[in-house]
Ligand binder design. Structure first.
Ligand code: AMP
Ligand code: MG
Length: 412
């Protein structure tokens, strides 16, 4: 392989920025209402606001005794037990005076006149008298009313992905339904005369279409609905027809046909449909020929990506570039790329000029994460991709990474 780098190749960070800037201008797909239980994974199309103060009353966070911190500055201290408050009980009728304590349960309202809760473990009760063995600071084991949110505050802003924690907030403010954006429809168009559908037996020089399926899985994981189109031949007229079909979706992903080969027709056909290209190559490996742009179709600008056909290139370029666009279409805030650091297990050498994303296996412990290179035979190596759980990121100016060095990894 020649190490001469095409001057039109954008550095990785610039290409990512181009995608993010373009994505910021895309309108999200329309919102709809869905039941709370069906909203997981979708992006909120409304702010979730507090319908009351959270907590609505000063809340005990421990089982124990509500009292005045001042009364237990010196311990042991003997206080008068004047009653018991369980969670859900009305605490407004209780007003405490100096020298008094109320037995209280987690989740109950801390009564007026007291300012803290001593855990039951540090108390001993005999009849009307409770002996407190430990001092507390004012406010200890109590969450003041409105500490988490005041009525009307935004608790979760629109654009957030609905996960279990957001579902909890929605439930807590009484939303049985949520306004969310539907999953964007993402058309997937594999190209190549040698590529056959997985339901057909491949001829001796044919290969099965794995890219459409790996992309569908990535689209699903990223909150989109994949629409797999039939494989297009390396034929300009057929490609143009299928491209038009694909552009009816919210986003179009093509694979294959973007390299320098004689039958790599994707760019040419996109251009004939009036496409505007934001980039037609990025200084990365795998994935160098990746193409990104927009085509005007039915009064709307439709974003598209031409991803390289090599299976690992397809996967990597989806993760590096497609997600911001998909996030924008689904009305979600951009997911930052999940970079981390780990100690490299063995040294590795590459050529300079490209940012490399090499299949890696993250292991080790919380204190010392380690990563090792998965042996691979280039960007067509599906097995290596399936063994990897991250990519080792090699900066474009590094010829060698040393064993033991802390390297950047991109989690999958
Ligand atoms: P291309 O980008 O069209 O030059 O293809 C690069 C390599 O990826 C070739 O070896 C193709 O056979 C392979 N390839 C292309 N499309 C697919 C696909 N849909 N599934 C699996 N491999 C593919
Ligand atoms: Mg091809």
């Amino acid at each position: 392989m020649s190490s001469v780098i095409n001057p039109d190749l954008l550095p990785f960070a610039d290409a990512r920025r181009v995608v993010e800037l373009r994505a910021a201008e895309l309108a999200p797909v329309e919102p709809e209402f869905t039941s709370l239980l069906d909203a997981t994974g979708l992006a909120l199309a409304e702010d979730l606001r507090a319908d009351r103060d959270f907590p609505p009353f000063p809340r005990a966070t421990r089982d124990g005794y509500a009292l005045r911190a001042r009364d237990v500055e010196t311990v042991p201290a003997k206080l008068r037990r004047i009653g018991v408050l369980k969670a859900g009980a009305d605490s407004s009728s209780v007003v405490m005076a100096a020298g008094e304590a109320v037995e209280i349960m987690t989740g109950a309202g801390v009564p007026e006149g007291s300012d803290s809760v001593v855990m039951v473990e540090f108390t001993e009760c005999e009849g009307e008298t409770v002996t407190i063995a430990r001092s507390v600071k004012p406010g200890e084991n109590v969450v003041p009313a409105g500490a988490e949110a005041i009525r009307g505050d935004i608790m979760v802003a629109k654009g957030a992905r609905v996960n279990h924690a957001v579902v909890a907030v929605a439930a807590a403010v009484g939303h049985a339904e949520l306004a969310v954006h539907r999953r964007p429809r993402v058309a997937v168009l594999a190209t190549g005369d040698e590529v056959v559908d997985i339901n057909l037996p491949p001829g001796p020089y044919e290969i099965r279409n794995s890219n459409s399926y790996s992309l569908a899985a990535q689209i699903d994981e990223s909150g989109g609905d994949a629409i797999i189109l039939p494989v297009a031949r390396d034929d300009a007229a057929e490609l143009a027809l299928m491209l038009r079909k694909g552009l009816e979706s919210d986003l179009l992903l093509l694979t294959g046909g973007v390299s320098m080969g004689k039958y790599d027709l994707v760019e040419e056909v996109l251009a004939s449909l009036g496409a505007e290209f934001c980039f037609t190559g990025v200084a990365i490996q795998p994935g160098k020929p990746v193409v990104f742009g927009e085509v005007r179709m039915n009064g709307r600008n439709k974003p598209f990506f031409g991803l390289p056909g090599n299976p690992v290139s397809t996967m990597v370029t989806f993760q590096l570039f497609v997600r911001p666009v998909l996030d924008a279409l689904r009305g979600a805030a951009t997911t930052p790329l999940p970079f981390a650091q780990a100690a490299l297990m063995q040294s590795l050498s590459t050529k300079t000029g490209l940012t490399r994303f090499l299949p890696g296996r993250l292991a080790g412990s919380q204190e010392t994460p380690t990563v090792e290179l998965v042996p691979w035979h280039g960007s067509g190596d599906l097995m290596a991709a399936a063994k990897a759980n991250c990519y080792i990121v090699v900066p474009p100016d590094r010829e060698k990474l040393d064993a033991g060095e802390a390297v950047t990894i991109l989690l999958q």
